[in-house]
Design a protein around this ligand. Structure first.
Ligand code: OAD
Ligand code: ZN
Length: 263
């Protein structure tokens, strides 16, 4: 075996279709807390009090206060070199599907920054190509608890009372458009993710412990169909028995080296 980095770059360059699967770890270097690592959200907060339909039914004000706080953290963070490298790579080659478990918007912001650079160099940019498949929803979208309408929503959350929480034009309360514990994942996103995973010659896994299903099974779908699995994560993951190449390092350090076009 040459060096793992060369092998991984060759695998990624040679695969007609690649799936990139990310979790909270890809945003850790941007300052967004993960869930299960040191200082992780589930170490500080009890998910059953904040991230379940029952919690929202019991106290929508408390749940919105927590999601408003998470939005403020993400809004203060910037895409890191891993987000930028993934965005640029997706804009520069076809056949790549990005599936994320994250609810932050750093992949989109990273792709926007990468696209800006390409436009400045006079390239045309298929921006829609870099849009992630979102398995767990988005912090910056809301869904109406009455009519189900989903809209983008970035206004600051005023959780003073239930009346000041986000409300739909139909009059009903809006909730964060994220998947809570005990809820089903969006069917269309799941379908797209697993179809892409089964067709991928390589699955590049970045920053996920692989602890939450059905999302985590995306990686098994690529491996089960004979694809290679490359894992970038400084910690232990559920994929250790599945990996073809393993990089025990931070996303911001390794991903730009794996995806550097032409270097
Ligand atoms: P976790 O917190 O479970 O795992 C984060 C992973 O990122 C761990 O394996 C860390 O070792 C790794 N990590 C930390 N810093 C990193 C860095 N700089 N570079 C690369 N990796 C790093 O977060 P997820 O696996 O994303 O579900 O959690 C999956 C789901 O569980 C989330 O989407 C959320 C949560 O409950 C829902 O919201 C439904
Ligand atoms: Zn409505």
């Amino acid at each position: 075996m040459a060096d793992p980095l060369t092998d991984a770059r060759e695998l990624l360059a040679a695969a007609p279709r690649v799936l990139i699967f990310t979790g909270a770890g890809v945003s850790a270097e941007s300052g967004v807390p993960t869930f299960r690592g040191p200082g992780g959200l589930w170490k500080t907060f009890r998910p059953e009090e904040l991230a379940t339909p029952e919690a929202f039914g019991r106290d929508p004000r408390l749940v919105w206060e927590w999601y408003g706080w998470r939005r403020e953290i993400v809004a203060r963070c910037a895409p890191n070199p891993a987000h930028l490298a993934i965005g640029l790579w997706m804009l520069q080659r076809e056949g790549v599907t990005l599936v994320t478990q994250n609810v932050d918007d750093l992949h989109e912001r990273g792709a926007e920054e990468a696209a800006g650079g390409l436009v400045r160099e006079g390239h045309d940019v298929p921006a829609e190509r870099a849009t992630p498949v979102r398995l767990h929803g988005s912090l910056f979208h809301v869904r109406c608890t009455g009519c189900g309408t989903r809209v983008a929503h970035r206004e600051p959350i005023d959780a003073t009372s239930e009346a000041t929480l986000p409300h739909c034009a139909c009059g009903s309360l809006q909730r964060p458009d994220v998947v809570w514990f005990g809820e089903m994942l969006p069917e269309d996103a799941l379908e797209r993710a697993f179809t892409a995973a089964r067709a991928a010659g390589v699955c590049l896994v970045v920053g996920t412990a692989g602890a939450v299903h059905p999302a985590a099974a995306v990686v098994h779908a690529t491996a089960g169909a004979g694809g290679a699995v490359i894992v970038v994560d400084p910690g232990e993951t559920a994929y250790e028995g599945l990996t073809t190449l393993r990089f025990r390092a931070a996303a911001g350090e390794v991903v730009p080296q794996l995806l550097a076009v032409g270097a």
